[in-house]
Design a protein around this ligand. Sequence first.
Ligand SMILES: [Zn+2]
Length: 289
Amino acid sequence: MHNAFTIDLEDWFQGLTSTNPLVERWPAFESRVVPATHTLLALLRQHHVQATFFVLGYVADQHPQLIEAVADAGHEIAIHGYYHRFVYQLTPAGFAREIDLSIAAVQRITGRAPIGHRAPYFSFNAQTPWAFTILEERGLRYDSSIFPTRNMLYGFPGAPRFPYRPGNHNLLEFPASTMQLAGRNLPMAGGFYVRALPYSLIRHAIHQLNAQGQPAIMYLHPWELDLGQRYRQVTFRERITHYHGRRGLARKLQRLFSDFSFTTLGHLYTAMVASEPPPAVTPQPAVTA
Ligand SMILES: [Zn+2]
């Protein structure tokens, strides 16, 4: 059973809600994405893991050699928007521009059209049904932008937990994996959750998914492995979501890569459409009391 390991390739300040809007100030923040990504590449190489890198277009334009190094190491290059915007705060035209800019940025480097997309902050929800149309029109084949649960910033509680075809669109959605506990979907698939939860719980959740014939879709950011960061700009909440559990993360990932088999989402996509394509589903937002 193959699972998918995915990376949202961005610098530490681009995914923080306090520093994200300050694009004109981004050049003043210390860029750490190059060494942090090389740390991650070394870990993946050591465990023979091929991953999907959802690359922020801005990073691709600033660090083309980094994207070349990722592609040369055999990983899949996919897109993550250009300025790391919440999709549900964009107009359809604004989202289309993010997609066009990010496709152009990675294609200039790799010479290949990407087939996969992940929205910043997993920010597809019931308000963004038009987003799939825009991806489809641009030739993207899969998306991984839905978190079928709720956290402080994002989530789509009514969405399916497992890969599906959204409505009548000709692409596949790979939601970030969740675990079920007491009848609720809880996040566990990456970032803060992998850092905060005990490894035994993550392992149990992946075993449960695989026992149902479902791949785990895991995600990570390079800055989560960067122990040298010193943030002065961030808020208290961001200090927790950004810092917590970083020290134990490399060890957890080593155990994860030893216990489970991972590949790219592109490979999972190809395997799924060749065998049994997932069902078409039009998710309804959960009814909240
Ligand atoms: Zn991101």
